[in-house]
Design a binder for this molecule. Structure first.
Ligand code: G
Ligand code: G
Ligand code: NA
Ligand code: MN
Length: 256
């Protein structure tokens, strides 16, 4: 694949950049943080989304240096927000996605700690997102680095929750402190009136998550109706086009 072929040069040539999508607290609409979403500014194909190249980078192993770059960049950015007082008295958190391959990399903990220390960012200002599917596939050895990071105060989010096949016993053993409800659930609330079964499912997931002391973030909120329903169902924070699309870091202060 020709894109695969060009990935190493693209990383060397600084063709990647990051957009940030705000995370908003449901209780008061305040800005909680932002998710870092990588893009490739390809000289011939224009801007490519992560779906176009993350699987390729994962396949070749380039995801490790690329992921490290994303982490470093995002942590530096979070530091900038802190320095400028954006987000008010509570420091903004930055969420960074981790691929399965990064999860298995022996230096994950060391690298992450080094990046935080170098930037002077407290571990609690970083959250690592790992998909539900990747987490439930991980054995105890593979979960250990995440557990270590969680003990240091780094947030761990179960991303795209509801698309995998977790069972309850499984959820308990994961080192996550946040559950990100996949946007397919949010879409189910689109109809007016919302499907009562969809409402019950979300309600059930939220109460299960809270029983396990997981905070719930909902993805893909596109309308005020959805936002209101999800707030009433007890979701803690939200992300989606209703609040803001992913954008450059300078735009974050205007987000809320
Ligand atoms: O932004 P949308 O922007 O198209 O992102 C699509 C998916 O790509 C998201 O679900 C996200 O999990 C994934 N993604 C975005 N940035 C990164 C990244 O830096 N690393 C990894 N592994 N996945 C990412
Ligand atoms: O979950 P991942 O981490 O998979 O999610 C990020 C992806 O979701 C990105 O591609 C982003 O552009 C997209 N996205 C973010 N907000 C919304 C939304 O409100 N609606 C839809 N349809 N997609 C969204
Ligand atoms: Na994500
Ligand atoms: Mn997600």
């Amino acid at each position: 694949h020709h894109l695969t072929h060009h990935l190493p040069a693209a990383l060397k040539g600084c063709e990647f950049f990051i957009e940030y999508q705000p995370l908003v607290r449901m209780e008061d609409g305040s800005l909680e943080g932002a998710e870092a979403l990588v893009r490739w500014s390809h000289p011939r194909h224009g801007v490519l989304g992560p779906d176009r190249f993350i699987p390729l980078a994962e396949h070749t192993g380039l995801i490790v240096p690329l992921g490290r770059w994303v982490l470093q960049e995002a942590v530096r950015q979070a530091c900038q927000w802190q320095v400028r007082g954006i987000g008010g008295p509570r420091p903004l958190r930055v969420n960074v996605n981790l691929s399965p391959r990064q999860l298995h990399h022996p230096e994950l903990v060391e690298d992450t700690v080094a990046v935080l220390e170098e930037a002077g960012l407290p571990p609690s200002a970083l959250c690592l997102e790992v998909t539900e599917t990747a987490m439930i596939r991980a054995d105890e050895n593979e979960l250990r680095p995440l557990r270590e990071l969680a003990e240091l105060g780094v947030g761990i989010a179960l991303d795209d929750f509801g698309t995998g096949y977790s069972n309850l016993a499984n959820l308990r053993r994961l080192p996550a402190n946040t559950l990100k409800l996949d946007r397919s659930f949010t879409q189910g609330l689109q109809r007016d009136p919302a499907d009562p079964v969809d409402l019950k499912i979300v309600e059930g997931i939220v109460s299960l998550a809270h029983a396990l002391r997981l905070s719930v973030t909902v993805e893909g909120v596109e309308t005020s109706t959805q936002a209101e329903q999800l707030r009433e169902l007890g979701c803690d924070s939200a992300q989606g086009w209703f609040y803001a699309r992913p954008g450059p870091p300078e735009r974050l202060p205007e987000a809320v």
